[in-house]
Design a binder for this molecule. Structure first.
Ligand code: SF4
Ligand code: SF4
Length: 120
């Protein structure tokens, strides 16, 4: 069991969640953060810190975001650990720039994953 970062995180990357994680298990994706399921100790400390309500216990994921469980597991193993806890060095991405991408995500999670992997 682990916690999972879901779609509302896209474009935030402020890292309010990262500051409180006792095991530094957040990973820095191109457009959002991911939680490494092998490192998360299920303490739930990050949940209340997320202003977008993007973090869920794995067994409490809303149905529409269930695919994010596998996405977190896959991408966390490919992305680097968030280097500076709560440093605000991660720049939020303009929502307007992400809108077309978010639309694609809703239609195809596989497309999202391939874009994340390529960093494009
Ligand atoms: S605070 Fe929430 S929305 Fe912002 S980066 Fe962390 S998980 Fe994502
Ligand atoms: S539930 Fe706890 S261990 Fe897991 S990501 Fe959140 S703060 Fe870190």
């Amino acid at each position: 069991m682990a916690h999972v970062v879901a779609e509302p995180c896209i474009g935030c990357k402020h890292g309010d969640c990262v500051v409180v994680c006792p095991v530094d298990c957040f990973r820095d994706g191109a457009r959002m953060l991911y939680i490494h399921p092998g490192e998360c100790i299920d303490c739930s400390a990050c949940v209340a810190e997320c202003p977008r309500k993007a973090i869920f216990r794995e067994d409490k994921l809303p149905d529409e975001w269930v695919p994010f469980r596998d996405l977190n597991a896959t991408m966390a193993r490919q992305c680097t650990r968030v280097a500076h806890k709560g440093s605000r060095s991660m720049q939020p991405i303009a929502t307007t720039l992400l809108k077309p991408f978010e639309d694609l995500l809703r239609n195809s999670l596989g497309y999202f994953q391939s874009r994340e992997t390529s960093g494009g």
